[in-house]
Each structure stands twice: as structure tokens, then as C-alpha cells.
Ligand binder design. Structure first.
Ligand code: HEC
Ligand code: HEC
Ligand code: HEC
Ligand code: HEC
Ligand code: HEC
Ligand code: HEC
Ligand code: HEC
Ligand code: HEC
Ligand code: HEC
Length: 439
């Protein structure tokens, strides 16, 4: 009889895992097979993975691996190039693991409350990460890390924040991944590394964002801010939350929008608002928005009475918003006209350029350079104007053609009328009267 005869549950999990081809003994030791009478065996088998009676597994049996031994146990195979080659798997996991915060604490302090291989991959139910049930599938990673990282008592002992997971879930990336299933969004492991879980420094994080947002990063590098050593880069604007801005990445207009809403509520609760308050609510002062929504800007732009930076940023945003509206209006018109009899394929083709300009506009504003934005907005406007003009012409042409049809219709009607009259007359003359009835 084999291990699985008695350890039914372990065997079941194991046989559905990537490790189904490696034997229990590789990790636990023990004999290849055991000879027991069926009565003896039954006494052990009945309780599956919690057998009540002690069983002698033989001298080579190592038992369940100690947590501290697990990295080396897995590394026996996974750091072995020869063994992993046939499967095309990397062999750097163990080496990287020892460089991680987790690995260091395990090795240097012998503290086994950190994550070891099995916490992220499972014991017997190890799966390939493409499997949606796998603990390391991108969608499941936040939960996998959360098993420890939302544990207030545990994290408190290491002086680590617990809000990172919740903040991540609320971020643009978290909602993208968890609600829309877009695995292109970064997970915990994208920024921290799969095996080298360390907080990347501010410098490397700029590079992290740039891996996916190349255009934004390139344009940002042209801005004044990128030359300042104490500017925190992308997160200075996009980071939210209590100082842990890396996890709560947001669109900058989101907090601004929220603040405007708050003003509106304030206004609603005011019994008789003064004209000044109404004005304040409808046109919130950039400075007050910034003080509340983007306080980190105040680290440098504190003297806003004279500082034109923030009004300028708003002006840029407004210009972009207007360009966007123009784009949407043109696109809608194109659709409406296209639904009729007119062929607008040419105009659709031209309009593709507008789309390109619009997409380019978003990252461009990171230069904080008005002339660059103006240039792009102009290009977009030119395309929209051209498309609108051609649509005007097409519609005018259609009206003309419809107009030209009127005489033809009149002629056709008159002709039909004449034919009918003629027919009637002929019928009267040639149709014989019916024979008279006999009764
Ligand atoms: C005849 C039934 C039987 C067979 C066959 C058997 N085991 Fe067990 N196993 C038990 C029982 C009973 C226990 C719990 C009591 C004990 O520690 O001896 C156990 C416990 C274990 C434990 C946990 C030990 C601990 O200290 O918590 C591991 C790991 C284990 N077995 C692995 C194996 C492996 C690997 C094989 C095959 C090489 C195997 N077993 C074969 C009955 C069996
Ligand atoms: C890739 C290595 C590996 C393989 C292969 C493996 N195990 Fe385990 N097993 C572990 C680890 C790791 C633990 C958990 C140790 C811990 O958490 O204390 C474990 C725990 C156990 C336990 C203790 C109870 C439990 O489930 O936690 C039993 C029993 C067991 N294994 C049986 C088996 C049997 C039977 C097989 C073959 C069908 C098998 N194992 C194959 C790594 C392995
Ligand atoms: C006896 C050698 C051996 C040991 C020990 C071992 N593995 Fe594996 N592991 C393999 C082999 C071989 C594969 C590839 C199986 C395949 O693709 O069919 C694999 C595959 C994997 C995969 C899937 C990789 C992928 O993306 O396809 C993970 C994850 C994994 N092992 C984790 C672990 C962990 C965690 C441990 C320790 C608990 C461990 N392994 C112990 C041999 C081993
Ligand atoms: C903190 C969590 C965590 C720990 C600890 C961890 N892994 Fe991983 N592991 C991951 C993630 C995440 C992936 C990537 C999954 C993917 O491809 O998206 C991964 C991937 C793998 C793979 C697939 C090949 C690859 O490198 O992409 C293997 C094999 C593997 N790990 C083995 C190990 C071994 C061995 C250990 C212990 C030395 C270990 N892991 C520890 C999270 C972890
Ligand atoms: C089994 C529990 C456990 C799991 C699962 C776990 N961690 Fe940790 N992690 C810890 C503990 C405990 C520490 C504190 C140890 C330290 O700071 O050295 C820690 C520390 C960290 C640190 C800080 C390291 C440093 O040097 O300051 C980062 C970053 C981290 N974990 C990321 C992750 C990520 C990402 C995942 C999921 C892929 C994850 N952890 C899964 C327990 C866990
Ligand atoms: C967009 C990149 C990014 C993502 C995604 C991300 N992190 Fe972080 N994380 C960072 C950076 C950068 C730091 C260090 C700077 C700081 O303290 O804010 C950090 C810090 C941490 C720390 C604290 C380390 C310390 O010493 O204070 C932990 C723990 C942590 N992250 C865990 C996670 C977990 C768990 C997830 C997933 C839920 C996650 N991170 C997702 C970039 C990221
Ligand atoms: C693994 C790739 C990846 C990384 C790394 C990454 N992002 Fe993203 N991010 C995305 C994807 C995908 C979207 C979805 C919208 C898109 O396609 O631009 C997104 C969306 C955003 C948005 C919202 C844009 C919108 O249109 O709603 C902002 C802001 C953002 N990311 C900033 C950052 C910052 C700051 C960092 C670095 C801390 C970062 N991202 C790191 C992939 C990534
Ligand atoms: C000075 C403030 C500021 C800084 C610094 C900044 N951004 Fe932005 N970013 C904005 C504004 C304003 C928008 C306009 C859209 C929004 O988020 O509301 C934006 C938009 C974006 C978008 C969405 C663009 C789209 O296609 O819709 C991404 C992605 C992005 N930023 C990434 C980054 C990255 C990566 C960095 C760092 C290299 C960065 N940002 C630095 C202010 C900033
Ligand atoms: C580390 C200091 C620092 C931080 C933090 C900072 N800025 Fe700046 N910013 C500067 C400096 C220095 C300049 C260039 C000098 C000037 O023109 O005022 C500048 C220029 C600007 C400009 C362009 C002004 C122009 O006329 O070209 C804008 C817009 C701007 N900042 C917006 C912001 C926003 C929004 C934030 C917060 C998300 C922010 N800044 C955070 C230091 C900073």
C-alpha cells in the first residue's frame, strides 16, 4: 500500500497539482510501499488526513517539513538548472527569496512568521500561475498577500502598515484587476517582485510606472518637476491615502471631483447661501481644491498667492477636457450621419487621426508645457473641423440630390395618372357586357 492509501485528502490535492509527477517521498521521505494486512490498514485509513493511531513510516521518514526548511526543500529542485530545464522553468526563485524582506527575516532572525514558498503556492495544491484558481494568479495575489498583511497584530510587531491591501483594492489598478479582470494592471508582485518582496525605492518606482505608462513617463521627464530631487515623481500627483501613496494610485481628477461634490453638499445644506458661496461652490478656487485634495503640492507651492502653477495646471486640464468634448461630439455626428444613406468611410478614416491625437494628449500634459498642449489641441481641432466640414458637404449634396428628384417624381405621377385614364377609356370601349341572367 502507498502513502495515498491512508492520506486520502493529501493524495487528492496532490494528484490535481503540478507536482502530480513527483512522489510524496521527495518531500517527506518514507518507504516506497508498506505491507500491512487489510485490517491493520483500515484502522489507519478511516480518518484520512487526521489518522488517530500512530504509524511507523520507517527510518527514512522525515515527517512534515519544518517551515524554516521549506525554501531549501523546494529549492532542491527549483534551484537546480538540470532538473528544471526540461520544464522551461526559471531557477532563481530561491536566490531571490533570500534577498527579500521575507527571506532575510527568516534567515537572519529565524522568524518563521514571514511568507515561505508554501504560503504563496500551497502545500499539496501547487498550481501553475495561469490557472485561475492558483494562489499566484494575478487576480488572487492581493488575497494571498492579505492573509498576513491585513493581520494587525502580526504587522504591528514588524511596524508595517495594514492599510496597503485595502488601498490597493481601491486604486485604479486594483479596481481594474479585481473588478474588470484586466491582468494588465500591476498587482502586489509586479511592484514588489514575485520573490524579492521588498519595497522598491522612489527612484525605482518611477521606473516601475514607466514600464507600462511609457508615454507619461517620457513626457514627465521633460517637466520641471523631474529635475527636483525632493519631488516624488508620479505618486506626488497620483498617490492617495494617508502617506502610503504608492498603493492608492488614482486619477488626479478624481479627488478634485470629489471635492467639488463636497462643496455642492455644503451648499445644499446651507439654508440661504450668499451669492459668494454659490460662486465658490460652482467655481471652486484651485488653491482650496489643492489644499484639500492634493496637499502634497503644498510642500513646495505653499505661497499660492503669487504662484501661478496650480491655476496653470487647471487651465491645461480644462483645455484637454474641451478638446475631448469636441472629439466626442464629432464622433457622435459621424455615427449619426453614417447610419443614414450616406457613405462616411473616408471621413471615418480621417477621424482616426483625431483619435491618435486625443490619445497622445493625455500623456503630453505631463510636460506642464502650455505650448506643447496647445499644439496638440490644435492638431486635434483641425481634424475635427475637417471631418465636420466634409460631413456638412455630404449632407448638402444629399439635400441637393433629393431636391433634384422632385421634378422626376412629379413627371412620374402625371404619367401614371395619364396611363390610368387611358386604360379606363379603353376598358369601357372593349369589355363586352355580361350575358343577361336567365332567371
Ligand atoms: C497505513 C497508513 C499510512 C500510510 C501507508 C502512510 N501513512 Fe503517513 N500517517 C499515518 C498516520 C496514522 C499518521 C498520524 C500519526 C503519526 O504521526 O504516525 C501519519 C502521519 C503522516 C505525516 C504527518 C506526521 C506529523 O508528524 O504530523 C506525514 C507527513 C505523513 N504521514 C506522510 C506519509 C507519507 C509521505 C507516506 C508514504 C511514504 C505515508 N505517510 C504513508 C498513516 C499512514
Ligand atoms: C512538494 C513537496 C510535497 C509533496 C510532493 C508532498 N507533500 Fe505533504 N506536505 C508538504 C508540506 C510543505 C507540508 C506542510 C508542512 C507544514 O505546513 O507544516 C506537507 C504536509 C503533509 C501532511 C501533514 C498534514 C497536512 O496535510 O498538512 C501529510 C499527511 C502529507 N503532507 C502527506 C503527503 C502525501 C501523502 C503526499 C503524496 C501524495 C505528499 N504529502 C506530497 C510538502 C509536500
Ligand atoms: C522533486 C522536485 C520538486 C520539488 C521538491 C518541488 N518542485 Fe515544484 N515543480 C517540480 C517540477 C518538475 C515542476 C514542473 C511540473 C510540470 O510542469 O509538469 C514543478 C512546478 C512547480 C510550480 C509551477 C510552475 C509553473 O508556473 O508551471 C510551482 C509554483 C512549484 N513547482 C512550486 C514548488 C514549491 C512551492 C515547492 C516546495 C513546497 C516545490 N515546488 C517543490 C519539481 C519540484
Ligand atoms: C510572497 C509570495 C511568494 C513566495 C514566498 C514565493 N513565491 Fe514563487 N511565485 C510567486 C508569484 C507571485 C509568482 C509569479 C506568478 C506569475 O507568473 O505571475 C511565483 C512564481 C513561481 C514559480 C513559477 C516560475 C516563475 O519564477 O515565474 C516557481 C517555480 C516558484 N514561484 C517557486 C517558488 C519557490 C521555490 C519559493 C520559495 C523559495 C517561492 N516560489 C516563494 C509568489 C511567491
Ligand atoms: C505568511 C505571511 C505572509 C505572506 C503570505 C506575505 N507576507 Fe509579506 N511579510 C510578512 C511578514 C511577517 C513581514 C515582516 C518581515 C520583515 O519586515 O522583515 C513581511 C514583510 C513584507 C514586506 C516588507 C519587507 C521589508 O523589507 O520591509 C513587503 C514589501 C511584503 N512583505 C510584501 C508581500 C507581498 C507582495 C506578498 C504577497 C505576494 C506578501 N508579502 C505575502 C508576512 C507575509
Ligand atoms: C504600484 C506599485 C505597488 C503596488 C501595486 C503595491 N506596492 Fe507595496 N509598496 C510600493 C512601494 C514603492 C513601497 C515603498 C514606499 C512606501 O513606503 O510607500 C511599498 C511599500 C509596501 C509595504 C511596506 C513596506 C514598509 O517598509 O513600509 C508593504 C507591506 C507593501 N508595500 C505590500 C504590498 C501589498 C500587499 C500589495 C498588494 C495588495 C502592494 N504592496 C502593492 C509599491 C507598490
Ligand atoms: C503592470 C503595468 C502597470 C504598472 C507597473 C503601472 N500601471 Fe498604471 N495602469 C495600468 C493599466 C493597464 C491601466 C489602465 C488604463 C490604461 O490602459 O492606461 C492603468 C491606469 C493608470 C491610471 C489611470 C488612467 C486612466 O485612464 O484611468 C493612472 C493614473 C496610473 N495607472 C498611474 C500609475 C502609476 C503612478 C504607476 C506607478 C506607481 C503605475 N500606474 C504603474 C498598468 C500599469
Ligand atoms: C504634476 C502632477 C502629475 C505628475 C507628477 C504625474 N501626473 Fe499623470 N496625470 C496628471 C493629470 C492632471 C492627469 C490627467 C488625467 C487625470 O488623472 O485626471 C494625468 C493622467 C495620467 C494618466 C492617464 C492618461 C490617460 O491616458 O488617460 C496616466 C497613465 C498617468 N497620468 C501616469 C503618470 C505617470 C506614470 C507619472 C510619472 C512618470 C505621472 N503620471 C506623473 C498629473 C500628473
Ligand atoms: C518638490 C517640490 C515640488 C512639489 C512637491 C510640487 N512642485 Fe510643482 N513645481 C516645483 C518647482 C520648483 C516648479 C518650477 C518653478 C515654478 O515655475 O514655480 C514647479 C512648477 C510647477 C508647474 C508649472 C508652472 C509653470 O509655470 O510652468 C505646475 C503646473 C506645477 N508645478 C504643479 C504642481 C502640482 C499639481 C503639484 C502637486 C501634485 C506640484 N506641482 C508639486 C516644485 C514642486
Amino acid at each position: 500500500m502507498t502513502c495515498g492509501t491512508c492520506h486520502v485528502e493529501a493524495k487528492e490535492q496532490w494528484s490535481g497539482s503540478v507536482h502530480a509527477s513527483i512522489r510524496c517521498q521527495e518531500c517527506h521521505g518514507g518507504e516506497g510501499t508498506y505491507t500491512l494486512s487489510s485490517d491493520e490498514a483500515a484502522a489507519y485509513v478511516s480518518r484520512g488526513d487526521a489518522p488517530s493511531r500512530s504509524f511507523d513510516h520507517g527510518p527514512s521518514f522525515a515527517g512534515p517539513p519544518d517551515r524554516r526548511q521549506i525554501p531549501e526543500l523546494c529549492g532542491n529542485c527549483h534551484a537546480d538548472v538540470e532538473r528544471m530545464n526540461p520544464f522551461g522553468l526559471r531557477t532563481d526563485q530561491l536566490a531571490r527569496y533570500w534577498t527579500s524582506g521575507h527571506g532575510k527575516t527568516l534567515r537572519e532572525k529565524g522568524d518563521d512568521r514571514v511568507a515561505v514558498c508554501t504560503d504563496c503556492h500551497g502545500n499539496h495544491d501547487v498550481l501553475g500561475s495561469r490557472d485561475p484558481n492558483c494562489k499566484t494568479h494575478p487576480k488572487n495575489i492581493p488575497d494571498t498577500c492579505a492573509t498576513c498583511h491585513v493581520d494587525t497584530a502580526l504587522m504591528g510587531e514588524f511596524d508595517l502598515p495594514v492599510e496597503v491591501v485595502e488601498e490597493y483594492r481601491q486604486s485604479v489598478h486594483g479596481t481594474l484587476l479585481l473588478e474588470q479582470g484586466d491582468t494588465g494592471a500591476p498587482t502586489c508582485a509586479t511592484c514588489h517582485g514575485n520573490h524579492s518582496a521588498m519595497p522598491p525605492g522612489f527612484a525605482t518606482v518611477g521606473a516601475v510606472c514607466g514600464q507600462c505608462h511609457q508615454h507619461a513617463a517620457i513626457e514627465f521627464a521633460k517637466s520641471v518637476h523631474s529635475t527636483l530631487s525632493d519631488h516624488k515623481g508620479c505618486v506626488q500627483c497620483h498617490g492617495g491615502g494617508e502617506g502610503r501613496h504608492f498603493h492608492l494610485i488614482e486619477r488626479i481628477t478624481k479627488p478634485t471631483g470629489l471635492l467639488i461634490q463636497r462643496y455642492e453638499h455644503l451648499l445644499a445644506s446651507e439654508p440661504s447661501p450668499t451669492p459668494q458661496r454659490i460662486n465658490e461652490a460652482l467655481n471652486p478656487d484651485p488653491r482650496r481644491i489643492m489644499e484639500h485634495a492634493l496637499p502634497t503640492c503644498m510642500e513646495c507651492h505653499d505661497d499660492l498667492e503669487d504662484d501661478e502653477s496650480l491655476p496653470k495646471l487647471f487651465q491645461l486640464l480644462e483645455e484637454i477636457a474641451k478638446a475631448e468634448q469636441r472629439y466626442v461630439a464629432t464622433a457622435r455626428r459621424l455615427d449619426e450621419v453614417g447610419q443614414g444613406v450616406l457613405l462616411v468611410d473616408n471621413q471615418r478614416f480621417k477621424f482616426e487621426d483625431a483619435r491618435t491625437h486625443l490619445i497622445e494628449l493625455a500623456p503630453l500634459q505631463h510636460t506642464l508645457d502650455n505650448s506643447v498642449i496647445d499644439g496638440k489641441v490644435d492638431e486635434l481641432n483641425v481634424v475635427c473641423a475637417q471631418v465636420n466640414k466634409e460631413l456638412d458637404e455630404l449632407e448638402r449634396g444629399l439635400r441637393l440630390r433629393r431636391g433634384a428628384l422632385i421634378p422626376i417624381w412629379v413627371f412620374a405621377l402625371v404619367f401614371a395618372g395619364a396611363c390610368y385614364a387611358k386604360y379606363k377609356r379603353l376598358k369601357l370601349r372593349h369589355v363586352k357586357p355580361l350575358p343577361a341572367r336567365s332567371d
